[in-house]
Design a protein around this ligand. Structure first.
Ligand code: KG4
Ligand code: ZN
Length: 344
C-alpha cells in the first residue's frame, strides 16, 4: 500500500493529511487562521505566513499521530506549491523539503486548483474525468475542460474579483464577520432574494465564458450609501432586514452568474459531467441551484462535502496520480504564486 503525506498552506489554512493509493484518508488535520484575519475583513499575507510557521509542525505532528504512523511508514511527501500567497506557499514547501531531505522520501508537487477538483474524485469514489471543472474560491473563479486529474484547459474565468473575494468584501461592507461566504449565506437565509435586484455582469453575453464580480460589490456599496450620495460617510446604518435582503440579493446574483456560465461551458463542450470545487462550493444556495441545473440539463454533478470544498490537505490526494506516473520533484522545487501554471 502506498501512503502519501500531503501538505497544504496556500492561503490561510495550515493542513496535512495521509492518503493511500486507494484514496483512503488515514488522517486529516486543518488549522484555520480565520480568527487572526477577522478584524481585517480578509487575509493579511504577512500574518498568514507567520501563522503557518507557528502551526506547521504541530499540524504535521498531529496528522502522523492521528494516522498512527511515522515518517518511515510513508512513501512520498506532497505539497501544494501553486497557486497561492508566496509567503504561505513557502512555509509548506520548506516543511516538505525538510522532511524529504531528512528521510530520503520523494517530493511531489500539487497544483492547488487541480486538487480542488480532485476533491470530487475522492468524495465520490467515482471516475469524474473527463469533465467541466468549476473552481470558485477566495482567489479564483475559473472554468476548465478537465481531460484528466492533471490535464486542465482553461475555458474562462473572472476578469476582476473572484467569487469568494466578492463574498468577503460584501460581508465587510455589511459589517458581517470574515470569512464572508458563510456570514452572507447565514444572513441571506433571513432575507428575500427578490427584494433587491443586483446586476448580473456578463451574464447576457453568450460569447464570453467570463465572470465579473467587482461591479456587483460596488452596486452593494451604492445601495448602502443611498441614492444621490457619494461618500461612505453618508451611508446610513442598514437594519437587520436590509442586511438580510442585500445578502440574499447579492448571493442570488453571484449564483445566477456562476450557473449561467457553467451551463454555457457544458453546452459548448458537450461534456456530461461537472465537478465543482473551492470554498464557495460550500454555499448552500449554489449547491441547490447546481442540483436543479444538473437535473434540468442532464449532466452528472459532483460537489464534495463542505469540509472538502474549503482548503484542506485531503484533496492533495491528487499526488497519488503523480506518484503512479513517477513524477517527482527535486529539492530545487519553487513556489508559483500566480495562476499561470494551471495548465501544467
Ligand atoms: O477554497 P478556499 O477555502 O480558499 C481559497 O483557495 O481561496 O475558499 C475560501 C473562500 C472565501 O472567500 C470564503 O468566503 C468562501 O470561500 N466561502 C464561501 C462559503 N464558505 C466559504 N462562499 C460562499 N458561501 C459559503 N458557504
Ligand atoms: Zn482553495
Amino acid at each position: 500500500m502506498v501512503r502519501i503525506l500531503t501538505i497544504e498552506s496556500t492561503c490561510d489554512e495550515t493542513a496535512a493529511a495521509v492518503i493511500t493509493d486507494e484514496l483512503e484518508v488515514l488522517a486529516s488535520v486543518v488549522a484555520s487562521q480565520h480568527d487572526l484575519h477577522q478584524r481585517f475583513g480578509g487575509v493579511v499575507p504577512e500574518i498568514a505566513s507567520r501563522a503557518h510557521v507557528e502551526r506547521i509542525l504541530p499540524v504535521l505532528d498531529e496528522t502522523l499521530r492521528e494516522a498512527d504512523l511515522s515518517f518511515s511508514d510513508l512513501d512520498a511527501i506532497a505539497v501544494a506549491n501553486t497557486p497561492g500567497l508566496a509567503g504561505s506557499l513557502l512555509v509548506g514547501l520548506c516543511a516538505a523539503k525538510a522532511i524529504c531531505l531528512a528521510t530520503g522520501l520523494p517530493l511531489i508537487a500539487v497544483n492547488h486548483l487541480q486538487a480542488h477538483i480532485y476533491a470530487c474524485r475522492i468524495a465520490s469514489g467515482e471516475e469524474v474525468f473527463p469533465s467541466i471543472g468549476l473552481i470558485v474560491s477566495g482567489g479564483h473563479s475559473n472554468l476548465y475542460r478537465c481531460e484528466g486529474p492533471t490535464d486542465f484547459t482553461p475555458l474562462g474565468g473572472t476578469i476582476d474579483d473572484a467569487a469568494g473575494e466578492a463574498f468577503d468584501k460584501v460581508a465587510s461592507l455589511l459589517g458581517l464577520p470574515y470569512p464572508g461566504g458563510p456570514s452572507i449565506s447565514k444572513a441571506a437565509a433571513e432575507g428575500d432574494p427578490k427584494a433587491i435586484r443586483f446586476p448580473r455582469p456578463l451574464l447576457d453575453d453568450p460569447s464570453r465564458l467570463a465572470f465579473s464580480f467587482s461591479g456587483l460589490k460596488t452596486a452593494v456599496r451604492y445601495r448602502l450609501i443611498g441614492p444621490g450620495k457619494l461618500a461612505d460617510a453618508d451611508a446610513s446604518e442598514p437594519d437587520a432586514e436590509e442586511i438580510a435582503n442585500i445578502a440574499a440579493g447579492f448571493q442570488e446574483a453571484v449564483v445566477d452568474c456562476l450557473i449561467g456560465k457553467t451551463e454555457l461551458a457544458i453546452k459548448h463542450s458537450g461534456y456530461k459531467t461537472l465537478c465543482v470545487g473551492g470554498g464557495v462550493a460550500a454555499n448552500g444556495r449554489l449547491r441547490e441551484r447546481l442540483a436543479e441545473s444538473s437535473e434540468e440539463h442532464g449532466y452528472r454533478l459532483f460537489i464534495p462535502p463542505m469540509s472538502l470544498c474549503t482548503d484542506n490537505a485531503v484533496m492533495g490526494a491528487i499526488a497519488i496520480e503523480r506518484f503512479r506516473e513517477g513524477k517527482f520533484e527535486d529539492l530545487s522545487l519553487d513556489v508559483f504564486p500566480g495562476q499561470e501554471r494551471v495548465e501544467a
